[in-house]
Design a protein around this ligand. Structure first.
Ligand code: CP
Ligand code: NVA
Length: 332
């Protein structure tokens, strides 16, 4: 039996991503109204989920541990000083050993090849908890948040039982990073347009662009991705403005250079107005946040979805564990 892994949103069909988000949404409703669905109750009983984190984390760690607890399992947090992840032992050996004792590995790493190597040799599902290239749990929570903020009834829709997000426009203003890459893949799969504004030298690499574009193969009406260096151009007619840190974990040595390069990219109400965002525009950020990439007036303002988005990490984690561990990769 070869386990199915969740390394990137590219691993999912549009229907699977939709189901993952819909399941997260219905679990959220049920659990918040006081009842854990029967299908989840004790579904990880007697099972251990190894959480192998080479980098710090608030949301991913807490949401995963809380999700495993909700489902009756045991989450074993293994920080970078706890195990020999990529240090003093090969990923091959680590993967064979940990997967022989647990039911799932949730791994946060630097190079994406590290989590891909763990998955390649693992006898249990591996879920990417953030690599330098992708953040699928974040993207799942983000589409749940967008689904909640833009109920499909408010736009004219076809009859497909999707999330009803077709035609929305996301403007990403800032660094071309891991969070953007999976968000863009998800957007194109769901028929959402995404426009990216980043400074020269910080645009999406040609190889990543190829991966993002090719993830729409077979998708009937994919969204469109556009790139610019001008924030206002990306923002024009956007429904959702999104950004992330300008200095991702592992890039600390580039901080001074990055601060200079990103000057003028801070999301403010003025920028949104100047750029011509849609009247009802909303703001999203995966967090952790720094004031340079978004002003307080936006981050803490009425258009901000950031804390709802953060909470949705829990529901996304439950949905992913259900699909990949309980249902063995069947997203139903
Ligand atoms: N958004 C997110 O992944 O946050 P953490 O780094 O705190 O897990
Ligand atoms: N781009 C950020 C995301 C953190 C959740 C990083 O990689 O540090």
């Amino acid at each position: 039996f070869a386990p199915r892994h969740l390394l990137s949103i590219a691993d999912l069909t549009p229907a699977e991503l939709t189901t993952l988000v819909r399941n997260a949404s219905s679990h959220k409703t049920a659990i918040k109204s006081g009842s854990v669905p029967k299908s989840l109750l004790g579904s990880l009983s007697g099972k251990t989920v190894a959480m192998m984190f080479n980098k710090r984390s608030t949301r991913t760690r807490v949401s995963t541990e809380a999700a495993v607890a909700t489902m009756g399992g045991h989450a074993m947090f293994l920080g970078k000083d706890d195990i020999q992840l990529g240090v003093n032992e090969s990923l091959y050996d680590t993967s064979l050993i940990i997967s022989s004792m647990t039911s799932c590995m949730v791994a946060r790493v630097g190079p994406h090849s590290d989590v891909a190597d763990l998955a390649k040799h693992s006898s249990v599902p591996v879920i990417n908890a953030l690599s330098n290239d992708y953040h699928p749990l974040q993207t799942t929570a983000d589409f749940l948040t967008i689904h909640e903020a833009f109920p499909s009834s408010s736009r004219s829709l076809g009859s497909t039982p999707g999330l009803g997000l077709e035609g929305l426009k996301i403007a990403w203003v800032g660094d071309s990073n891991n969070v953007l890459f999976d968000l863009a893949i998800g957007a194109l799969k769901l028929g959402v347009n995404i426009s990216v504004a980043s400074p020269k030298g910080f645009t999406i690499s040609p190889s990543m662009l190829e991966i993002i574009q090719s993830s729409t193969a077979g998708v009937s009406s994919p969204g469109k991705l556009t790139q610019t260096h001008v924030p206002e151009e990306a923002i024009k007619d956007a429904d959702i403005l999104v950004t992330d840190t300008w200095v991702s974990m592992g890039q600390e040595a580039e901080k001074v250079e990055r601060m200079k390069a990103f000057a003028g990219y801070q999301i403010t109400n003025e920028l949104a107005k100047r750029g011509g965002a849609k009247e009802g525009w909303k703001f999203m950020h995966c967090l952790p946040r720094h004031p340079e990439e978004v002003a307080d007036e936006v981050f803490y303002g009425p258009r901000s979805l950031v804390f709802q988005e953060g909470e949705n990490r829990l529901w996304a984690a439950i949905s992913a564990l259900e699909a990949f561990v309980v249902n063995k990769g069947k997203i139903i």
